[in-house]
Design a protein around this ligand. Structure first.
Ligand code: ATP
Ligand code: ZN
Length: 723
C-alpha cells in the first residue's frame, strides 16, 4: 500500500512538473487531466485518513475528473504558480515551480506535511507556505472566520486586478488600498470591535501587497516595462550537492555525451589544462528539439564534475526595467566567477540572443545581448567557467554569439533513434514495477519520433494508471494506452460529447482522414482513429511512422497533404457543401503550412523553381521581399493554391470511390469510439469487431457517486487576466 502511494506522490509531482514545463513556453506536454485527477484524489484520500477517523474517501476520482475536465479551468491550471485544493478544512497546495506540494489542515492547530520528491531538494514548510496563508494565520489569531474573509476579499481583489490592462494595475492597487484605508478611518468611530477587525485586514492587505511585490506575486508595470519581483528573482543557484544527475541518467545520446566529456574533465581540474596550454571552449551550445534532454545533459555535466550549476532561462532576462536584463547578466557572471569552476546554463537562449534588432518594440533587447557578449569576452578561457546554452532554433541566434570565443562548440542533441529509445525505455522501466513480458524493443519500435521526455512521460502515465486501477504491476496494456495519450494528447475523460449530430460529423470526418491514409501509397501508416475529443479537437486520426526517418520525400509530403484534406472532403460528400463545419480549420492550416514550405523552401514546384524564397525575409538578405518581381510573387501564390487544390482532388477521388467503406467505418466509429488500425481494416472489409462497445462497458460499470463536493481555489501569478 505504502509503495503505491509513494508512486502516486511521485506521479503527482511529475504532473506538476508537466505544469511547470507547459508554463515554460512551448506547450509540448498538455496536462493529463485523468492522471492528475487520479493522483490528486489518492493523495486526498491519504490525507483524509490521517486527519479524520472517517475512512471513506472525501473525493472520488470521478469528481476530481469533473473539476479538472472543465476545459477553461484546465487551461488556466497550466498557468498557475500554485494550485490549491480545499476540502472542508484540509488544503492541498501544489507548487509546480518547485515540484512540491504540501497538505495542511486549517483550524486552531496547523498540521502540515510536506512530501518532497524532487529535483532541487525539498523545500521546507515555510518556503512553500504561501505568504497569504502566513499572514492570514498571523493576523487572524483565533478568529479564523475573519481571516478567511480576508483571503476571500484578497482573492477577489487579485482577480479584479488581473482584469485590468496591465498599465492600470498599479493605479488600481494604490486606489484600492487608499480607499480601504480611508474607509477604515471613518468606520472606526462607530464600532470599535469592527474597526479592530478591519484594521487587521488592512494591515494584512498591505502586507500581502508588499510581500506579493517582493515575491513576484504582484508585478507593477511602468509603461510597458515591468518592475517588481526584482529581489527574489535572481538566477537560482543549485549547489553541487544538489545536482545528483550523472551521465548514467542521460540515455540514448552517446555521441553528445562523448563530445562534452572533456568539458567535465576540464571542470574537474582546470589547472591541469592551463598548465599544458590547452584551450577549452568558453561556451557550448546544445541544439535540439524540446524534450530531448538538453537541460538534463547540462545538469549531468555539472553533476559529473561536481561543480556549481547556475540555471537560468533566456526569458528571465526579459520583461524588466531598462537595463535590468543587462544588470542580471552581469550579476550572474559575477556570482559565477566567485564560484568557479562552475557552469552557467542558459535555457532557451533564443529568447534573449535572437538577432539584434533596431526597432522600437524591443529597444533594449540589444543591451542584454551586448552584455552577454562582453561578459563572455571578459573572462579568459581557462578561468573555469563554462557557459552552456540550449536552443532549438539555432538559425535565429545572433551570429555574434556563435563566433569563436563565445558559443564556439555546438553539440547536437537529436531525437533518439531506435537504439536510443530502447536505452531510454530500459532506464525508465527499471524505475517502476512492471511485468516480465515487456520488451523495450517493441516499445521503442512503436514510438518513432518520441523524445526522451515523451518516453519518460509515457512510462510514468502507465504507472499512474496502473496504480489507480490497483494493479500489481504495469503491464504492456497500460504502456500502450499511455503511448496513445502521449501521441494524441489526453482524451476527454467523460468520453464522447453529448451532441450526437456533432459525433456523426466527427465520425465521417475522421473516417475520411483514415480512408485516404489507407489508400494513399506513401502515407504514414495508420495507428488509431477516435471520435473521443482530445485537446482542442473533437476527434483524432493518429499515424505512427514505422521507422526513423531522416528526410521526407515529395511523395510523402503530398500524401500527408491528401490525408489532411480527407476530413473536409468527407464532410462535403456526406453532408453537402453547405453543411461543412469548422472542424477542418486545423487540417487546413497545417496543410497550407506544408504547401507553402514545399513551394517556397524545398523547391518542389517546377514552375517556381529551385530557390529558397524565405531567405529574403530577414534584414541583411541580398534580395529583399520588395525586390521580388510581382509576377514571381503571383506565381508562388498560384503554385501554393495548385498544390492544395490537387491534393483536395485526389482525396475526393478516393472517398468518392470508397463510399461503402466510408460508411462502414463511420458507423463503427460511432459505435466503438476508438478503432485500432487492425480493427479499421476488419471493418472496411465487412467483418465484425469482437469486443463490447464502450456504451455497454459503461453501463456495467455504473457506480454510486454521492460524495460531498469539492472547492478548487486557483492562485494566479502571471498577470494574464482570467482566460
Ligand atoms: N535522453 C534522455 N535520457 C533520459 N531522460 C531524458 C532524456 N531526454 C529527456 N529526458 C527526460 O525528460 C525531461 C525533460 O528533458 P529536458 O528538460 O532536459 O529537455 P530539454 O531538451 O532541455 O527541453 P527544453 O528545450 O524544452 O528545455 C528530463 O528531465 C528527463 O527526465
Ligand atoms: Zn481533420
Amino acid at each position: 500500500m505504502q509503495s503505491a502511494i509513494n508512486l502516486n506522490i511521485g506521479g503527482l509531482l511529475q504532473n506538476t512538473g508537466l505544469l511547470r514545463n507547459s508554463r515554460n513556453g512551448i506547450n509540448r506536454k498538455p496536462l493529463d487531466i485523468e492522471a492528475t485527477a487520479a493522483s490528486l484524489s489518492r493523495v486526498y484520500h491519504q490525507v483524509w485518513r490521517q486527519f479524520s477517523s472517517d475512512t471513506s474517501s472525501p473525493v472520488t476520482i470521478n469528481q476530481m475528473n469533473n473539476i479538472l475536465r472543465d476545459s477553461t479551468l484546465s487551461r488556466r491550471i497550466a498557468r498557475k504558480s500554485e494550485i490549491s485544493l480545499n476540502y472542508d478544512d484540509a488544503v492541498v497546495r501544489i507548487i509546480p515551480a518547485s515540484s512540491s506540494f504540501y497538505i495542511q489542515r486549517r483550524g486552531f492547530r496547523t498540521r502540515k506535511q510536506t512530501f518532497g520528491v524532487g529535483n532541487a531538494g525539498k523545500p521546507t514548510q515555510d518556503e512553500v507556505k504561501s505568504p497569504l496563508t502566513y499572514f492570514s494565520e498571523l493576523l487572524a489569531g483565533k478568529k479564523q472566520k475573519t481571516s478567511e474573509g480576508g483571503v476571500e476579499k484578497w482573492n477577489q481583489y487579485e482577480s479584479d486586478l488581473k482584469k485590468l490592462p496591465e498599465n492600470q494595475q498599479r493605479t488600481y492597487t494604490d486606489g484600492f488600498v487608499k480607499g480601504l484605508l480611508s474607509n477604515g478611518v471613518s468606520g472606526a468611530g462607530k464600532d470599535g470591535k469592527k474597526s479592530n477587525t478591519l484594521t487587521r485586514f488592512y494591515i494584512f492587505l498591505v502586507f500581502c501587497i508588499f510581500f506579493g511585490y517582493l515575491t513576484g506575486r504582484i508585478r507593477v508595470r511602468v509603461g510597458d516595462r515591468q518592475i517588481g519581483s526584482l529581489f527574489f528573482s535572481n538566477p537560482q543557484e543549485v549547489n553541487p550537492e544538489d545536482v545528483q544527475v550523472t551521465f548514467d541518467d542521460v540515455r540514448g545520446m552517446d555521441e553528445a555525451k562523448l563530445e562534452v566529456e572533456e568539458i567535465v574533465d576540464y571542470l574537474k581540474d582546470p589547472e591541469k589544462y592551463s598548465r599544458l596550454g590547452g584551450r577549452l571552449p568558453k561556451g557550448v551550445l546544445l541544439v535540439g528539439p524540446p524534450g530531448t534532454g538538453k537541460t538534463l545533459l547540462a545538469r549531468a555535466i555539472a553533476g559529473e564534475a561536481q561543480v556549481p550549476f547556475f540555471h537560468t532561462a533566456g526569458s528571465e532576462f526579459d520583461e524588466v526595467l531598462v537595463g535590468q536584463g543587462a544588470r542580471r547578466v552581469r550579476d550572474l557572471f559575477d556570482k559565477a566567477k566567485a564560484r568557479a569552476p562552475c557552469i552557467i546554463f542558459i535555457d532557451e537562449i533564443d529568447s534573449v540572443g535572437s538577432k539584434r534588432v533596431s526597432n522600437s518594440i524591443h529597444p533594449y533587447a540589444n543591451q542584454t545581448i551586448n552584455q552577454l557578449l562582453s561578459e563572455m569576452d571578459g573572462f579568459t578561457r581557462n578561468e573555469g567557467i563554462i557557459v552552456i546554452a540550449a536552443t532549438n532554433r539555432v538559425d535565429d541566434l545572433d551570429k555574434a554569439l556563435l563566433r569563436p570565443g563565445r558559443f564556439d562548440v555546438r553539440v547536437t542533441v537529436p531525437k533518439p533513434d531506435l537504439a536510443g529509445r530502447v536505452d531510454i525505455f530500459n532506464f525508465y522501466l527499471s524505475k517502476i514495477v512492471h511485468s516480465g513480458g515487456i520488451d523495450p524493443k517493441v516499445l521503442a519500435k512503436g514510438s518513432t519520433g518520441f523524445t526522451g521526455a515523451d518516453i519518460e512521460n509515457m512510462v510514468n502515465q502507465a504507472a499512474l494508471k496502473a496504480a489507480t486501477d490497483n494493479a500489481v504491476e504495469v503491464t504492456m496494456a497500460y504502456l500502450d494506452e499511455a503511448r496513445d495519450r502521449v501521441l494524441m494528447g489526453p482524451a476527454r475523460t467523460g468520453g464522447r460529447i453529448p451532441d450526437e449530430e456533432a459525433n456523426r460529423n466527427t465520425a465521417y470526418h475522421e473516417a475520411g482522414h483514415t480512408l485516404v491514409s489507407l489508400y494513399t501509397k506513401d502515407a504514414t501508416p495508420l495507428h488509431k482513429v477516435t471520435i473521443i475529443p482530445r485537446g482542442q479537437s473533437l476527434g483524432h486520426t493518429a499515424m505512427l511512422p514505422e521507422k526513423d526517418s531522416y528526410q521526407l520525400t515529395k511523395a510523402q509530403m503530398l500524401a500527408t497533404l491528401d490525408v489532411m484534406m480527407g476530413g473536409r472532403v468527407a464532410e462535403e460528400l456526406i453532408f453537402g457543401d453547405d453543411k461543412v463545419t469548422t472542424g477542418a480549420a486545423d487540417d487546413l492550416s497545417k496543410a497550407t503550412q506544408l504547401a507553402v514550405q514545399m513551394v517556397k523552401v524545398f523547391g518542389m514546384s517546377d514552375k517556381v523553381g529551385l530557390r529558397d524564397f524565405t531567405a529574403q525575409d530577414n534584414e541583411s538578405a541580398l534580395v529583399k521581399v520588395s525586390d521580388l518581381a510581382p509576377q514571381t510573387a503571383e506565381l508562388i501564390d498560384a503554385e501554393i493554391n495548385r498544390v492544395l487544390q490537387e491534393s483536395y482532388k485526389r482525396a475526393k477521388v478516393i472517398l468518392e470511390t470508397k463510399k461503402k467503406e466510408h460508411q462502414l467505418l463511420a458507423e463503427a466509429l460511432l459505435e466503438y469510439e476508438t478503432l485500432s488500425a487492425d480493427e479499421v481494416k476488419r471493418v472496411i472489409s465487412g467483418q465484425k469487431i469482437k469486443r463490447p462497445t464502450p456504451a455497454a462497458v459503461k453501463k456495467s460499470n455504473e457506480t454510486k457517486r454521492n460524495q460531498p463536493s469539492l472547492v478548487l481555489h486557483l492562485f494566479e501569478e502571471e498577470g494574464r487576466g482570467k482566460q
